[in-house]
Every structure is written in structure tokens, then in C-alpha cells.
Design a protein around this ligand. Structure first.
Ligand code: ADE
Length: 225
């Protein structure tokens, strides 16, 4: 799966993809991540990518031309399944949306900055608008990294034990059960006996009960469907 991410701050996206599972996915050629510097596509000599807002108001707006040049160049090289714009007014991201993107082949992601991007870029090019939550960040780079991480770890072959993605929180609309490792007792706090019993069926039942209990307490909204 290929990701093309367009940003004015490419260096912000270096570290998130250079470690652990995401790095492994790239080394195994399961995921390719290409970060494009929007300024390289600006026609003007100062490489500026923003301008004042029509109608007045604080904050600069990202212009059409650099985005259009970059998007059209990429589109001339391959077909994209989706062009995603990270924005606080998009659809709120969740595990179901991550699942739906994990089967795609080529994704383009646009990161906004400043006040936002010219609406016509959204109207003409963007197929999906995604928010990572009801708060406003300084730009779309961290949201793009979060989106990409959530999608890549779902691609078959990325996680060494494939079932571990299936047992993640949210995968069945349930939060995770409590987990423990050695020692079996720490400062008087004991690991639940059932987990030491070796009884697989009972452990599975206990975990499921704990998932339901935790979800009911913390996120009853997830149990509604
Ligand atoms: N850009 C700024 N804030 C954002 C958010 N919450 N989600 C996606 N993109 C954003």
C-alpha cells in the first residue's frame, strides 16, 4: 500500500514512520510512505504557498496552485483510491474507518496549515475529509501520521501475530481487557488467578467479560449498536 503525504512541514513526518511497526512494514515492502514538500510545487520565486483570505479575517489560506500541481503530478503517475484531507471539520476517525482504508492500494493525504486550504481544493480533488477528534491542532501532519499508523498496522502481514490487531481495543467496539506480565505479585497487587490457571476457555471468557465491563463503565456509547 502506498501513501503520498503532501505537507509544508515534511520534517515533522520523518520520525513517526521511522520506528517499530511502521518501519518494519516499509522494510517488508508492505507499505510505502512518500512525503512531498508542498513548497517544491509553488510557482513563485519565494516558494510561498499561502495568501490572505478573501472577505477579510485573521489567518492565511493555503493556495490552490501548489496543491493542484502536486496532486495532478501524482495522479498522472498512478490512480488513487482516495485523496484524504485531514481537517477538524471532517468525519471523526475511528477503527471502522481505519479498517475500510486498510484494503486500499494508493492513498494521498493532504495536510492543511495556517487558517486552512482554499475550499476549491476540497471541492475538486478531495474524496474524504477526516478529523482525528474534536480539537484543533496546528496542522494536519500529526493527524496524517495517526491516520497512517492506524491504517498500516491493519494491513495483513504487518503485525507479526496477525490476531493481535483483531484483539485491539475497538476492533469489536469493545475496549481491551486488563493485561499483566511478570511478576505475578508486586507490592501486594496480584495478577488475577484465572490468568495463571492455564485454562484457555475460562481465560477467554474472563477477558471478554472484562472487556464488556470496562466498555460499559468507560465508553457506554460503544455498546449502543
Ligand atoms: N488539523 C487540525 N486539527 C485537526 C484535527 N483535529 N483532525 C484532523 N486534522 C486537523
Amino acid at each position: 500500500m502506498r501513501f503520498d503525504i503532501i505537507t509544508v512541514l515534511p520534517s515533522l513526518l520523518e520520525s513517526p514512520f521511522a520506528h517499530s511497526i511502521l518501519q518494519r512494514a516499509q522494510n517488508k515492502n508492505i507499505a510505502e510512505i512518500h512525503v512531498h514538500n508542498l513548497r517544491d510545487y509553488a510557482d513563485n520565486k519565494h516558494k510561498s504557498v499561502d495568501d490572505y483570505q478573501y472577505g477579510g479575517g485573521a489567518g492565511m489560506v493555503m493556495q490552490i496552485q501548489p496543491f493542484a500541481n502536486c496532486i495532478e503530478k501524482l495522479k498522472s503517475e498512478r490512480t488513487y483510491d482516495a485523496i484524504v484531507f485531514m481537517t477538524p471539520d471532517g468525519e471523526v476517525f475511528n477503527q471502522g474507518i481505519a479498517n475500510s482504508f486498510s484494503t486500499k492500494k494508493n492513498l494521498m493525504i493532504l495536510c492543511g496549515h495556517y487558517k486552512g486550504i482554499d475550499q476549491r481544493i476540497r471541492d475538486v480533488f478531495v474524496t474524504h475529509e477526516i478529523s482525528i477528534g474534536d480539537y484543533v491542532l496546528s496542522g494536519g501532519e500529526l493527524p496524517a501520521a495517526i491516520f497512517t499508523d492506524a491504517v498500516i498496522r491493519l494491513i495483513p502481514g504487518v503485525l507479526s501475530d496477525e490476531t493481535s490487531a483483531l484483539s485491539d481495543s475497538f476492533q469489536d467496539n469493545l475496549l481491551d481487557a486488563p493485561i499483566y506480565t511478570r511478576p505475578a505479585e508486586w507490592r501486594g497487587h496480584k495478577v488475577p488467578d484465572i490468568l495463571l490457571s492455564g485454562h484457555e476457555t475460562k481465560i477467554r471468557e474472563w477477558r471478554h467479560d472484562e472487556q464488556v465491563k470496562r466498555t460499559r463503565e468507560r465508553r457506554p456509547d460503544l455498546l449502543k449498536d
